[in-house]
Write a protein that binds this ligand. Structure first.
Ligand code: PMP
Length: 438
């Protein structure tokens, strides 16, 4: 039963386990946005496997892709050999890429975790540019392997024993609510962009041109912070001026979640390298790096890995990508996302410092309502309260995770198939949980 399973796993698993700590539930069945626990309770899932389940749990097209592949007697694992499933997957993925990126795109299968695709992107750009270091942003999250971790901004997430494995130039990410440069809103975003331009343009800045400028168009783990489009366009201009590959990490924001197929499309920029994982596998592990063909200068085996050819993931990934595109789920994400954003803003709880997001990638930053605001109008982050709200949500059958600089941001990552009724239920439960916790 539930408590036995929880106790047995807590006794034998590492101290590093995470979600299992916050969510003492034992999922035994799931469909769409709903998870059923072993104790008979149901939960509305706003985690979606950390953004992986674009179509929710056990969507018919995903289940059917698995059945068809198994029924056809396909080899389940094929390293990076050519298979019909891989062909279909690449076709489906390339069909989602905007032109002109798609016209000159090459793909390398990785990992299959997002962090491995980040490693691949860093090594690829190092090889192509002959440069060692990369530029990355405050609050960034790129993964748990050493280079990806070093490129991440969250100090708390870093292993203290890890020495610098990569020379990283840390740049300020635009964060309108708490801008690292002490300037809020668009003024802050503009200042952050100017700072990057100065560093790269000024031959005396001490910053060497990096092998890559690595960024998330919307920071997820960093607290759900969408970068303004004009900021991203300026990053594109400055990187082009200095021959620095622009690498967009869309591991979390990709595949329709932000209301366009790829989050960088909102700004109308063309990246040099796109990192994708999570939702591209339709719930099974898959990670890729897609890049402009002239960067494809690395040697055979330069980025290898055993699990680059998981047939089932290719099949579920292709089915998911096709479904997202054919049913225009990005448009649905925009529609339900606006409803959620408006609903969250209307909750009007004094502990809500900021509500933000793009499409179905939404964040609610909780603050200490009694503290004085700083010169930007922001109050101190309320991490303890955020944990209480997460627990109160769980009690009300709603799964939400925390993130952000102080773990005080409630992060909503519902599946793209969420209905209006489900969105309203999320809002009701969240408002109620806030009232109970605040
Ligand atoms: N990049 C981003 C933007 C992410 O959100 C994540 C995971 N949350 C990663 C990289 C790492 O992916 P993975 O956990 O699959 O290694």
């Amino acid at each position: 039963d539930t408590s036995t399973i929880l106790a047995r796993q807590a006794a034998r698993e590492s101290a590093a386990r995470t979600y299992a700590r916050h969510f003492p539930i034992v999922p035994v069945r799931a469909e769409g946005m709903t998870i059923h626990g072993a104790d008979g309770r149901t939960y509305l899932d706003c985690l979606s496997g950390a953004g992986t389940l674009a179509l929710g749990h056990n969507h018919p097209v995903v289940v059917d892709a698995i059945r068809r592949t198994v029924d056809a007697g396909r080899p389940l694992h094929t390293l990076d050999l050519a298979t019909p499933e891989k062909d279909e997957f690449v076709d489906a993925l390339f069909a989602t890429l905007p032109t002109p990126f798609a016209d000159r795109a090459k793909i390398q299968f990785c990992g299959p975790a997002g962090t491995d695709a980040v490693e691949a992107a860093i090594k690829l750009t190092q090889t192509a540019t002959g440069r060692g270091g990369v530029a990355a942003f405050t609050g960034a999250y790129h993964g748990m392997t050493l280079a990806a971790l070093t490129a991440s901004g969250g100090v708390a997430a870093r292993t203290p024993l890890a020495g610098p494995s990569l020379d990283v130039t840390r740049l300020p990410y635009p964060y309108p609510y708490r801008c690292p440069l002490g300037l809020g809103g668009d003024v802050g975003a503009n200042a952050a962009a100017s700072y990057v331009e100065r560093l790269l343009d000024d031959p005396n800045s001490g910053v060497l041109p990096p092998a890559a400028l690595l960024l998330e168009p919307v920071q997820g783990e960093g607290g759900v912070i969408p970068a303004p489009d004009h900021w991203l366009r300026r990053m594109r201009t400055i990187t082009r001026r200095h021959g620095v590959p622009l690498v967009v990490d869309e591991v979390q924001a990709g595949v329709g979640r932000t209301g366009s197929m790829w989050a960088h499309e909102h700004a109308g920029v063309v990246p040099d390298v796109l990192i994708a994982s999570k939702a591209i596998g339709g719930g099974l592990p898959l990670a890729v790096v897609v890049y402009r063909d002239d960067l494809d200068v690395w040697a055979p085996g330069a980025h290898a890995g055993t699990f680059r050819g998981t047939t089932l993931a290719m099949a579920t990934g292709a089915a998911t990508l096709r479904f997202v595109r054919e049913n225009d789920l990005p448009a649905h994400a925009r529609k339900i996302g606006s409803r959620l954003l408006a609903g969250l803003r209307a909750i009007g709880n004094p502990a809500i410092g900021d509500v933000r997001g793009r499409g179905l990638m939404l964040g609610v930053e909780l603050v200490d309502a009694d503290a004085d605001p700083d010169h930007l109008g922001a109050r101190p982050a309320a991490s303890t309260l955020a944990r209480r709200v997460r627990d109160e949500c769980l009690r009300r059958g709603l799964l939400v995770e925390l993130g952000g600089r102080h773990d005080a941001v409630l992060r909503l990552l519902p599946p793209l198939i969420i209905t209006e009724e489900q969105a309203d239920a999320v809002l009701d439960r969240l408002a109620d949980a806030l009232r109970a916790a605040a």
